[in-house]
Design a protein around this ligand. Structure first.
Ligand code: HNI
Length: 141
């Protein structure tokens, strides 16, 4: 459950991300692969070198999916349901990796939004990303 304040914080951070989904999503995924190189195993079919266009484009897709959840936090589970099936049944991504990606996304937001990313916004967005991760991991149970 999200309070009105948390929803407002998530919406206001998302509003700032929206014009940069591709760029910032790409940066988050690039950071994931650099800082946690064990995650490269899932992207063997792509060029995972720093600056890879494929990784940048994929990061954009991930960030857009996060945006669709941020637009309606009360209905995230249904918004993300097909992605949950994809990650559990087809891609078989170990759920630990969702936490690592969430961390990288928070770092990218803090980098780009030094004044807006207050401790309160950080807390609300971290809670939101933890919900996204929980939903994407749900089908493993
Ligand atoms: Ni993820 C495909 C969203 C975390 C590995 N992933 C997608 C797609 C979206 C997406 C959107 C594209 C689906 C399509 O084309 O129909 N991924 C998300 C979200 C999160 C997430 C919202 C968490 C916040 N994915 C992760 C993590 C990994 C991961 C942590 C592995 C470390 N995802 C993949 C792989 C694909 C993928 C691999 C398929 C890529 C391809 O195109 O072949």
């Amino acid at each position: 459950m999200y309070s009105t304040t948390e929803k407002a914080l998530i919406a206001s951070i998302w509003e700032k991300v929206m014009p940069h989904t591709e760029q910032w999503g790409g940066e988050a995924l690039e950071r994931l692969l650099a800082v946690f190189p064990q995650t490269k195993i899932y992207f063997k079919h792509m060029n995972t070198c720093p600056g890879s266009a494929a990784i940048r484009a994929h990061g954009g897709k991930v960030m857009k999916a996060i945006g669709s959840a941020a637009g309606d936090v009360d209905n995230m589970a249904s918004t993300l349901s097909s992605l949950s099936e994809l990650h559990a049944y087809n891609l078989m991504v170990d759920p630990t990796n969702f936490k690592l990606l969430s961390h990288c996304i928070l770092v990218v937001l803090a980098n780009h939004l030094p004044s807006e990313f207050t401790p309160e916004a950080h807390l609300a967005f971290d809670k939101f990303l933890a919900s996204v991760a929980a939903i994407l991991s749900h089908k493993y149970r």
